[in-house]
Each structure stands twice: as structure tokens, then as C-alpha cells.
Write a protein that binds this ligand. Structure first.
Ligand code: NAP
Length: 263
């Protein structure tokens, strides 16, 4: 059903681990040429090697999404290595928890700088190349937290993730005449290194809350990103897709258990 993405040039930010690594590997499997980006060159290089070992094509780059010059260098590197930029997956993000009563201005700024400003800088660096070609796919990694739900300790994070969707909607309008689509994946709780840092109690609580009673995998999210990047998604822009095993569906805290009792 799907047209091949083989040979497309893809940038994935935050690709040294977690969801970004899953997206990079999935696009590599699809025959894309992948630029694996994170702040740690060694970690990015390890993922690029994984993709190459699986028969794909990948290069690694150290770049910080909060730095304008790094994002320009990232776009330049994709053009130099792969001859252009077909797809940008703006995925890099951080989620340190901090209760609102104790949250500092520095903590708030750090989350916004990576998650929201980082999205803007990555997208704007890739735009000239995509606009020249009059084609492109941009896939943002947002979250259910912020756009759909709230979670104690993540007021700054939720604001940044909801902010990405506000950014996306206007970007989608501005870029539609250039044949560039901008969409977002909204993961629920996905098993990643970053989530593991939340601790076992958090993970057990989440598994109990998700109607499918498991965390999502990075591949679950990567498959959705791949769809948004496909030719078949050409007429879809400014949209978001929740990948959460049904986590946002229950009407009350007791709803998952009562469903279980019926089964
Ligand atoms: P993770 O395992 O902690 O990985 C985060 C990645 O982002 C790493 O590659 C990290 O590499 C990179 N990164 C962080 N700051 C960066 C910066 N300033 N510049 C460049 N790269 C940076 O996190 P994850 O769980 O995979 O989350 C990835 C994305 O999914 C985030 O946007 C997050 O908000 C979103 N998300 C995750 C979940 C979940 O359940 N895991 C749920 C909803 C949404 P370096 O530190 O080496 O730079």
C-alpha cells in the first residue's frame, strides 16, 4: 500500500536513545538515509552504526537543539551528506519533574529552550532547503502531557508540549503552499531510557493506568512518524496522532479496573 521511502534524507534530533533512536532505526529500515543527532557524538555514532549494520545508511552529528548555529550546521550536514532534507523529525526533548511551588525560572527556561525553542530552531534551519525543493515532511514529537492531560511536576513540560502544537498549526498553514506538511506524534508512556529515570513506581502506576496494561515501545511511535512522512500522508497537515495504548480514554480513575471486571 505504501510508496517506498527508500533514499529519502531524514534528520532525527534526540536520536541517540529512546524514541528518537527508535525513529532513526525505523527510517533506516525503510531505506532512508538518516542523520542521527544528539549532543553526544559517541552516542549518536553508536545508533548510526546500528542502522548501518542493519543494512541502512546513516551519519552521526553532535548538535544542541537549543543553539541556532548548531541547527544551521545540522541542516548543512544533511545537505552535504545526503544532498537535501526530505524529512525532519524534531524529537529532542527533556522532562525533568518539578512541582510548581518549587519550580525555578531556570528550570522553566531549560524545558522551554529544548522542547519548544528547539523545535522552532530545528524546523527553521531545515526550511530553506525544503522550500527550495517545494517538498518536505516535518514530524514533531509532542506528548499526551500538555495537549491532552496534566501530570503533577510537569507544568513546564506540559506547556512546552502544548506549545509545540500551537507552533505546528501555524507552521502547517505557512508551509502548505510549499508542499511541506507539519504533523505531530503524541506518545503516551513509552519505554525509554528517559522514562526509566522516573523510577519503577511511576512505571508500574502507568502500566496499571493504560488500558493495554503495558508501556508503548519506541517502534509504536516510530511507525506513526513513518506514516506522517509517507507520500500517502501528503494531504494531512497540522494534525496530531496519539500513541498511548488507550491511556487518555478512561472517564475516571476507576474506569480501567471496571473494564477489566467486565472482561
Ligand atoms: P530520552 O530517552 O531521554 O532521549 C532524549 C534524547 O534527546 C536523547 O537522544 C538526548 O541526547 C536528546 N537531547 C536532549 N536534549 C537535547 C538537546 N538540547 N539537543 C539535542 N539533543 C538533545 O527521551 P525519550 O523518552 O526518548 O523522549 C523523546 C521525546 O519524546 C521527547 O520530546 C519527549 O518529550 C517525548 N515523549 C516521551 C515520552 C515517553 O514516555 N518516553 C512520552 C511522551 C513524549 P543527548 O542528551 O545526548 O543530547
Amino acid at each position: 500500500m505504501f510508496t517506498s521511502l527508500a533514499g529519502r534524507s531524514v534528520i532525527v534530533t534526540g536520536a541517540s536513545k529512546g524514541i528518537g533512536r527508535g525513529i532513526a532505526r525505523r527510517f533506516g529500515l525503510a531505506g532512508c538515509r538518516v542523520l542521527v543527532v544528539s549532543r553526544q557524538l559517541q552516542e549518536s555514532a553508536r545508533v548510526a552504526e546500528e542502522i548501518t549494520a542493519a543494512g541502512g545508511a546513516a551519519r552521526a552529528l553532535a548538535a544542541d537543539v537549543t543553539r541556532h548555529s548548531d541547527m544551521r550546521a545540522m541542516a548543512d550536514a544533511a545537505v552535504a551528506h545526503f544532498g537535501g532534507i526530505d524529512i525532519l523529525c524534531a524529537n529532542a526533548g527533556i522532562f525533568p519533574a518539578s512541582p510548581l511551588s518549587a519550580m525555578t525560572e531556570a528550570e522553566f527556561d531549560a524545558v522551554m529552550a529544548t522542547n519548544l525553542k528547539g523545535t522552532f530552531l530545528a524546523v527553521s534551519a531545515c526550511l530553506p532547503t525544503m522550500q527550495d525543493k517545494k517538498a518536505g515532511r516535518i514530524v514533531l514529537t509532542s506528548s499526551i502531557t500538555g495537549p491532552v492531560t496534566g501530570y503533577a511536576g510537569w507544568a513546564h513540560y506540559g506547556a512546552s508540549k502544548a506549545g509545540q502544537l500551537g507552533f505546528m498549526r501555524t507552521a502547517a498553514i505557512e508551509l502548505a503552499p510549499y508542499g511541506i506538511t507539519v504533523n505531530a506524534v503524541l506518545p503516551g508512556n513509552i519505554a525509554t531510557e528517559g522514562l526509566a529515570e522516573m523510577g519503577q513506581d511511576y512505571i508500574r502506576a502507568m502500566e496499571a493506568t493504560v488500558p493495554m496494561h503495558r508501556l508503548g515501545s519506541v517502534t509504536d511511535v516510530a511507525n506513526a512518524a513513518l506514516f506522517f512522512a509517507s507520500d500517502e500522508a501528503a494531504y494531512i497537515t497540522g494534525q496530531s496522532l496519539v500513541i498511548d495504548g488507550g491511556q487518555i480514554l478512561p472517564e475516571s480513575l476507576g474506569a480501567p479496573e471496571s473494564l477489566g471486571a467486565l472482561g
